[in-house]
Design a protein around this ligand. Structure first.
Ligand code: ZN
Length: 271
């Protein structure tokens, strides 16, 4: 169980911990980020959507959605899923003011196209059980990815992966800072982090967020990346002010992603 893994991380022997940290650095929007988004969404499902999640993933909706939320990263080393490698992100031109499918997502091979594709599979009653299961696991993951601003970044630096930063004395890269490092500074369990975020989601906000499309959410992420994530000091040193603003953005993005994931599933599985 992912939740337990996070919670008991202090008890893991050193070599085990190192393995987890190395694994983490290879993955998309951090483990915790995905788990928090999945937990928020699981609490907002309609009765029918919840029943469908139980049917497809087996077991308690929150636990099974949390476990499913990182599956798309776990299968990255499996070559039979090579086709999905680019599904975790979308790149926009530096001066983009909108998303254009032909320009930004040829062959639907980006995170926006992937969300569209798997929404369709879930809505298609002729899809096999295995196809639906896989579609749900992918969808849970990709809606999270789309809300990490640097998953809608620039191709030139691979969404910040090629930009070196120094954070709390550690050399890392900008993408990883936004995937993991900022969230980790909270030192909260997934449950506590989720409760904190849920207490801040106002009914009006949730209604506002429950509209639009993955295309518009991609532009939202891209603008956050351009306005907040990319502007760095020359030396790449992350200031306390940058980290504070970054976390405010990430918290809000995780709240939105959770609300929107539930909204998508509730729409697919209308009562
Ligand atoms: Zn990912």
């Amino acid at each position: 169980m992912q939740l337990k893994r996070i919670r008991t991380i202090r008890n893991v022997p050193r070599t085990g911990l190192a393995t987890i940290l190395i694994m983490s650095s290879l993955m998309g929007f951090g483990f915790q980020g995905h788990q928090i988004v999945a937990t928020i969404a699981s609490h907002r499902l309609s009765a029918r959507a919840q029943a469908e999640v139980v049917r497809l993933l087996d077991g308690n909706p929150t636990e099974s959605m949390v476990a499913a939320s990182t599956w798309a990263d776990e299968i990255r080393s499996d070559s039979s899923y090579d086709y999905a490698r680019t599904f975790h992100y979308v790149n926009l031109p530096p001066d983009a003011s909108d998303y254009q499918a032909e320009r930004d997502c040829p062959d639907q091979a980006c995170v926006v196209g992937a969300i569209r594709r798997y929404e369709k599979v879930l809505a298609d009653s002729s899809a096999s059980l295995a196809e639906q299961q896989e579609a749900l696991k992918f969808l849970i993951h990709f809606v999270g990815d789309l809300h990490q601003p640097l998953h809608a970044g620039l191709a030139a630096d691979r969404g910040g992966n090629d930009i070196t930063v120094i954070f709390n004395g550690e050399t890392s890269n900008l993408h990883r800072l936004w995937d993991y490092l900022l969230i980790e500074t909270r030192q909260l369990s997934v449950e506590d982090y989720t409760s904190e975020l849920e207490s801040k989601i106002k009914r009006w906000d949730a209604a506002q967020w429950s509209k639009g499309q993955p295309e518009t959410w991609a532009v939202e992420s891209f603008q956050l990346a351009r306005n907040y994530a990319y502007p760095l000091p020359e030396n790449g040193n992350i200031s306390p002010d940058y980290a504070k603003k970054g976390l405010i953005i990430l918290d809000l993005q995780m709240e939105k992603a959770g609300v929107r994931l539930a909204w998508i599933l509730n729409q697919i599985y209308r009562q």
